[in-house]
Write a protein that binds this ligand. Sequence first.
Ligand code: SF4
Ligand code: SF4
Length: 139
Amino acid sequence: MASIPGKSCGPCTMCCKVLWIEELNKEPGPLCQHCKIGKGCKIYHRRPQVCRDYECEWLQERELGPKLRPDLTGTIIQIDPDSDEYQAVVDPATPMIWRKNELVFKLLVAKAKEGHVVVAKSGLKSWRIYDNGTYAPWA
Ligand code: SF4
Ligand code: SF4
């Protein structure tokens, strides 16, 4: 899906920090060695295909407003292509930020109410968020 008009990554580089990127042997948490904060990718024209293909849900969905941009919330919203889970992926250094940010948590509960399996992920830890506003560790 293409990003929608009026939306761009701008200064956000959250996916270059928070995600596990196998092709770069990059663990979740440390900023990619090729990323320059405030500037973006230093190897933009030869970045791996996985980086070219990736677009978080915020970039793709008009309903997710400007305050939900990942660098402002500390949370990347994405739909996992394998499991179809609606995921909130955060930096292992701030594992509960998806709960502390009320805008993010409200969105996650709303998505659970729509019938999605909603999961927050921080490194190897994860939590399932339910439609009644509760959450619990998730395998
Ligand atoms: S997390 Fe989303 S908005 Fe931020 S840089 Fe990655 S794709 Fe762009
Ligand atoms: S190679 Fe570039 S686009 Fe890919 S994670 Fe690193 S800085 Fe980001």
